[in-house]
Design a protein around this ligand. Sequence first.
Ligand code: NAD
Length: 514
Amino acid sequence: MTTVVTPVLPTADALRTRVRDALAAVGATVPLGAPGSEGLPASTPITGDVLFSVPQASAADADAAVAAAAEAFSTWRTTPAPVRGALVARLGQLLVEHKTALATLVTIEAGKINSEALGEVQEMIDICEFAVGLSRQLYGRTIASERPGHRLMENWHPLGVVGVITAFNFPVAVWAWNTAIALVCGDTVVWKPSELTPLTAVACQALLERACADVGAPAAVGRLVLGEREVGEKLVDDPRVALVSATGSVRMGREVGPRVAARFGRALLELGGNNAAIVTPAADLDLAVRGIVFSAAGTAGQRCTTLRRLIVHSSVADELVSRIVAAYKQLPVGDPFADRTLVGPLIHTASYRDMVLALQQATAEGGTVLGGERVDVGDEGAFYVTPAVVRMPAQSAVVHKETFAPILYVMTYETLDEAIALNNAVPQGLSSSIFTLDMREAERFLAADGSDCGIANVNIGTSGAEIGGAFGGEKETGGGRESGSDSWKAYMRRATNTVNYSTELPLAQGVHFG
Ligand code: NAD
């Protein structure tokens, strides 16, 4: 499968200059050591080079960050919520001002095309707006009491320190989802970003610290600790961290969930997906092709919501696959800063290896692979690939696992029941969609015996969620919900209050005592 490739990559030195300029623009002052010097390597998948070394947190640093956030919580929790909202409003303004600089860092560290990086920063701005509105709500209920002269109600209070652990592929938006909501809820935050994206984290932290200074909020409401998973484990095991909000692989969630539970902490898990779209004979195929190509090949297949499985009615499968393959041939692969590029690099060599192994397994299980080749960009350490389409038999093992690369498995079905069963047959439960103009098919997919995922869409792809809805998934995806709707409740504790304003002391359930 031939693919249009965008020309020449930027040099590592040119990227270093862009990093310095972006950090200076946001006012971040982090010591940038030479590659190979002590510290955490800050690299780029664009060329595969290490650009700098940045200081990483020791166990003592992580401990001090949690202590400072716990101290700040003691005053932040009683700061009126709309005043807390003013901090998030200021953060949102700073994000608007520095959108380009932050998106540049996202493209350099995560490799996503610049338009998607700008979209990710816009998502941060959107969640700040949402959180500011929320800061004047955070409402409880008043509930009918069975006792005369009594009022029964619930109040929502701040929870404590929130440990936020994030993945490489959404290096800034997921921090913002958690931080904007946690801050208006009266919590304080300690953030352990992906070890692959420390520079974007330093930039976000600089903007938060500036927002704190501008509105007079304590700087320790948000702390940053850079490092590998060991630094994350410090947050996981620290009893002062009331909520651990962890985004990443199922493997990570399997370790984090039980450890937080063992100390009776709260965990909010946002883990891997293995998302499917059903295309029925009643689909608008033009619309379906556009939705499928964006969801499957966008971000080089490195979104948690990436479309990985296509479940197509046998009567339209050949036509749909040939149209997807034709569209894939037109997808420019290459430098994520180049205007025309639609598919940037894989994050690192291990991702490329996983993709090769998955395609080998698919072939061994009877699949037919189109695409999925490495694109020569003249740089051995960078991994650019053409997106793959793989015709698969319905029953195969490889389609049950999430391979974080642009591989779209295509299976056929005969009845809608069979298609829904295939959609639900994997251990993960994040996103799903159906393409159909038949209202009965669409409603069946959304019904209780339809898709078992946290996100179920009609006539759009599996990726690209808006911040207004609650985001997250079921089964091995971890069950957490972040972002919009009432996800804020995960960041607060609920108190049920009963007030007796009568002169009697009636007991509930008609109990007489004495
Ligand atoms: P990863 O699991 O390798 O790492 C994620 C984060 O967890 C990193 O900060 C890492 O240092 C930390 N970590 C790893 N093990 C840990 C441990 N034992 N204790 C504490 N922290 C630990 O994931 P990744 O490769 O960065 O990201 C890709 C994965 O993330 C994919 O599976 C993708 O589907 C998933 N993801 C899910 C969502 C979602 O909202 N559901 C969003 C983005 C990414």
